[in-house]
Design a protein around this ligand. Structure first.
Ligand SMILES: Cc1ncc(COP(=O)(O)O)c(C=O)c1O
Length: 403
């Protein structure tokens, strides 16, 4: 279906992707892909088809009937991120996947966990909880002049490693437009032999993400955002070589085999992190979303999103709005505000005109809000379904609302 070999999708190709996406209509401009994106029809078909099968023949029987398709989902995800399918565990959200990895890592009282000054709120809560309950020390690496994690400061933090339990990084933060240099961080973490957990919730589906290139031991992601999958889905990548160094914190009888009255044996591979029950329809829908992304090409999705977001930043600056985005490489998440009108009111004006957007919340990125003294920001996120004409219409609404 997608013919051009490289670069952003052509207008014809964008039109093709839009044609198979029911939410892409003249009435709606969706600029909230970092909240929850618009799925392709094939995602809906996979989900609804399975729900109907469950309702017709029974949930367990439907699972048996779809056992191969179900297993193929992990293969598709593995293909997308350069992993082996045994390294993929299913979860209902990115936070669940991230927590499964985080709480499996051995942490001794007084040990440091090295984190960046731009972590997602859920992760920061876990750090604080680990500080309170395990006595670990949160060692926050500052940002450099571009707003991304300072590689020099991280290298210094890792000069001594006997007291380091973990390096944690959010690849694409929830606001601020930034793409963190995950590969450089991976090189340092690998050289220091410290487990590296990457929150790729906002990067998987919008960028080329290769776990071997990055060198992460764990990677967490969600289905509903840039992957254009169903809500209530996510996954964890767990590198095979890390499994001997970690212990899942809450295994069930799917993650572990109850092998004798008083003992159990962990399942092979990343399955040890999973629970037995899950939404089979959601998982199949996620598989369809990954297959759609692979068919379009993650490199082409990334190029299209990068181009569209850059266009939007220029348009916003042209109407006098402040763009708060940092980073040498920038993502499809554009954050902006003006002193003239509250961001919440801009969001309402956009919604009244059929434009979906969101407003940042301090609880999602307090480190960044405090560091930069940020007001609530209007968050506009684009995808490869977004057209230049849609951006023009959205910016016209903002121009009227602020002028
Ligand atoms: C960077 C980042 N990490 C993690 C999450 C959590 O994802 P989920 O809601 O699927 O748990 C989000 C959600 O917005 C996010 O932006």
């Amino acid at each position: 279906m997608i013919a051009s070999p490289t670069g952003p999708l052509t207008d014809d190709e964008v039109a093709l992707v839009r044609d198979s996406t029911p939410g892409c209509t003249d009435e709606l401009i969706h600029l909230n892909h970092c909240g929850s994106s618009l799925p392709d029809q094939r995602v809906l078909d996979a989900q609804i088809g399975h729900l109907q099968l469950e309702a017709t023949i029974g949930g367990y029987e439907a699972a048996n009937a779809m056992v191969d398709a179900d297993a193929a989902v992990a293969s598709s995800i593995a293909q997308m991120i350069g992993a082996d399918s045994s390294e993929i565990a299913r979860f209902a959200s990115a936070a669940e996947a991230w927590n499964a990895a985080f709480w499996s890592i051995p942490m001794q009282h007084g040990q440091r966990i090295i984190v960046h000054d731009h972590e997602y709120g859920a992760n920061a809560i876990a750090f604080i909880h680990a500080a309170k309950t395990r006595g670990i020390v949160i060692d926050r690496v500052p940002s450099d002049e571009h707003g991304q994690v300072s590689i020099d400061a991280l290298a210094q933090r890792l000069e001594r490693t006997d007291d380091v339990a973990l390096v944690s990084l959010t690849h694409v933060p929830t606001n601020g437009g930034l793409v963190n240099p995950a590969i450089e961080v991976g090189r340092l973490a690998h050289a220091a032999n410290v487990p590296y957990l990457l929150d790729a919730c906002q990067s998987v589906g919008q960028r080329v993400v290769d776990v071997d290139e990055i060198g992460c031991d764990f990677l967490s992601a969600t289905g509903r955002k840039f992957l254009r999958g169903p809500r209530g889905t996510g996954f964890l990548y767990a590198r095979t070589s890390i499994l001997d160094r970690v212990t899942p914190s809450q295994p069930d009888h799917h993650g572990a085999d109850w092998s004798s009255t008083d003992d159990y044996t962990f399942a092979d591979g990343a399955q040890r992190f999973e629970y037995w029950e899950y939404s089979h329809a959601g998982w199949l829908g996620l598989g369809a979303a990954v297959d759609v992304a692979l068919e379009i090409g993650l490199d082409r999705i990334q190029a299209t999103i990068t181009e569209r977001a850059a266009q939007l930043r220029v348009m916003l600056a042209d109407i006098g709005m402040t763009v708060y985005d940092e980073g040498i490489e920038q993502s499809g998440i554009v954050t902006t505000a003006t002193s003239a009108v509250r961001s919440a009111d801009l969001r309402t004006a956009l919604a009244d005109a059929g434009v979906n957007s969101s407003v940042t919340h301090v609880g999602s990125s307090r480190y960044d809000v405090e560091r930069r003294n940020l007001p609530p920001l209007l968050r506009l996120s684009v995808h490869c379904t977004t057209t230049y004409a849609e951006l023009e219409r959205a910016v016209e609404v903002l121009d009227r609302a602020t002028g």
